[in-house]
Design a protein around this ligand. Structure first.
Ligand SMILES: Nc1ncnc2c1ncn2[C@@H]1O[C@H](COP(=O)(O)OP(=O)(O)OP(=O)(O)O)[C@@H](O)[C@H]1O
Ligand SMILES: [Mg+2]
Length: 322
């Protein structure tokens, strides 16, 4: 990671009375997977559109790949790929023809088009349906075709607006692998808008969280979790026979603790990281032998809900939060 490829300074956009994006300061480095999170209407898509010269900012400025999107939009868009929220395909054409026509628009060298198109159709598992009309594709197949189209010209920055929405888990995994390949192998940058916090946690080097047009948090998922989520759950592993004594010692020290499901484990909840050494001292002073202390690392989902002042609802890992 060296040069910033995206720089936004005081970037803002109003639509009449609606402030869609306000005073956005953001720098994204080459090779990063940057996640852009936030509620519906938080300003994510508006930001992507401004960064690609599709929408004029009302305040501030941006530089993307060293270019001003409003001045050099066409040149810029030949070096970026944008997957919009509702990509339009030509439904009367086959999947293959949809890609071939765009390859021409993107000026992929003529002698490379067929191989590139085949490579993408294969990579996105569409090769068997390549010669069927796109209008007959399922929603997920259309999304995969749109993604393949975005990659035709090997863009240096890939802007993906909810790329896995509507995809089955296998197809979503393929998209994740494509994102990682794009950055890790080709050194390209990915700017990813997603409502899927598990996806963001898995893929993103850093995330920004937008709320009502303002950037309210910025950092790596791990750093944000440590800064913003102060209520940890900590697992203590002790002798099974000493669980009652350990609970008594912790409770006497004002710590909320309960026996874990597995024999010899104790759960302390609502703890700040700095309190863990004191809890260990309480146990050691009570003569309890400790075999393990494991703080449960907070997730990006915990961060998201902490920022919005809400408790996360218990749900399974694969669930998408809309
Ligand atoms: N062309 C437009 N005309 C009027 N208002 C707009 C326009 N585009 C966006 N907005 C408003 O700007 C705000 C931000 O919208 P935006 O689409 O950027 O949100 P988002 O974060 O992408 O939301 P979502 O998660 O639902 O996609 C919203 O209040 C939206 O109604
Ligand atoms: Mg959007």
């Amino acid at each position: 990671m060296t040069d910033p490829v995206i720089v936004a300074s005081d970037l803002g956009r109003r639509f009449g009375e609606t402030v869609a994006v306000s005073q956005l300061e953001l720098t994204v480095q080459a090779g990063e997977v940057f996640g852009f999170l936030g509620h519906n209407g938080a300003g994510k898509t508006t930001t992507i559109r401004m960064l690609n010269g599709i929408l004029t900012p009302t305040t501030g400025s941006a530089r993307v790949l060293g270019l001003d999107p409003m001045v050099d939009g066409t040149q810029l868009r030949s070096r970026t790929g944008v997957l919009t929220e509702t990509p339009s395909l030509d439904e009367r054409l086959t999947g293959r023809d949809n890609l071939t026509i765009y390859a021409d628009l993107y000026r992929v060298p003529k002698d490379e088009v067929q191989a590139r198109v085949d490579e993408l159709l294969t990579g996105f598992d569409l090769i068997d349906r390549a010669d069927d009309k796109a209008g007959g594709y399922s929603k997920g197949m259309k999304q995969r075709l749109a993604l393949a189209r975005t990659l035709l010209h090997k863009p240096e920055i890939l802007f993906l607006d909810e790329p896995t929405s509507g995809l089955d888990p296998v197809a979503a995994r393929q998209v994740h692998e494509m994102i990682l390949q794009t950055t890790r192998q080709q050194g390209h940058t990915v700017f990813l808008c997603t409502h899927n916090l598990v996806e963001a946690q898995r893929l993103c080097d850093r995330v920004g969280v937008m709320e009502h047009g303002k950037l309210v948090a910025l950092g790596s998922p791990r750093d944000l979790a440590r800064q913003l989520v102060t209520n940890l759950t900590v697992d203590f592993e002790v002798d099974a026979s000493s669980v009652p004594g350990a609970l008594q010692a912790l409770t006497a020290g004002g710590v909320t603790a309960s026996a874990g499901q597995q024999a010899g484990t104790i759960l302390v909840s609502g703890a700040a990281r700095e309190q863990i050494p004191d809890q260990v001292s309480l146990l050691v002073n009570a003569g309890i032998r400790i075999y393990g202390v494991t703080p449960q690392e907070p997730t990006l989902e915990d961060v998201y809900f902490a920022l919005h002042g809400e408790e996360p609802v218990q749900h399974n890992q694969a669930e998408v939060i809309q």
